[in-house]
Design a protein around this ligand. Sequence first.
Ligand code: 5RP
Length: 220
Amino acid sequence: MNQDTLKQSVAQAALAYVPEGEIIGVGTGSTANFFIDGLAGMRERILGAVASSEASARRLAAHGIRLFDLNEVESMSVYVDGADEIDGNFCMIKGGGAALTREKIVSTVARRFVCIADVSKKVPVLGKFPLPVEVIPLARAQVARALSALGGRPVWREGVVTDNGNIILDVHGLAITEPARLETQINQIVGVVTNGLFAVRPAEVLLLGTPDGVQVFERD
Ligand code: 5RP
């Protein structure tokens, strides 16, 4: 079974978490794209969606799903998104698709973060996947020095500009044993917009795609 089939299966399983008649938060990436495509089949049963990127907004709109600006939405039951890595405490690294900041903002408004991931994303310790950090362009070199001082090896993702007009530094070589602490620490660096650790607020639900089927994990 290939990775795309696993992504498709978790995206399909996530449809069961979509409340009827409500607005839901939608993530970004290939797994989220499968979810959006599945959502199209039930578009009459939801009010609409808040997208976490321009790319997801375009895909939702192409399926005829009504888009809402986050500023119009006070709360949502559910946010559905993929991850680059997820650990046993539902802490994640996200931002492989450079949408981390909007993903964090939109997911914050949702009561439940449903993470949809194939089994390759489940790790004992976060950090093998380089940690994306969104940075104000002017601060690139200064933030890179600060990230190096934390023990990482930041690499500029050249050619990538986020939906917010910023750049991404991918930090290699971190073994992240205290993700919530590191998330807070990196966010204190002047010039950092946000980093791809989702640990202060981890996911509530993990739908994990395995060759034996979708495994469901819920945080207490
Ligand atoms: C985008 C993200 C994605 O959720 C993450 O990169 C996983 O992507 P995919 O579903 O394509 O494996 O954080 O910024």
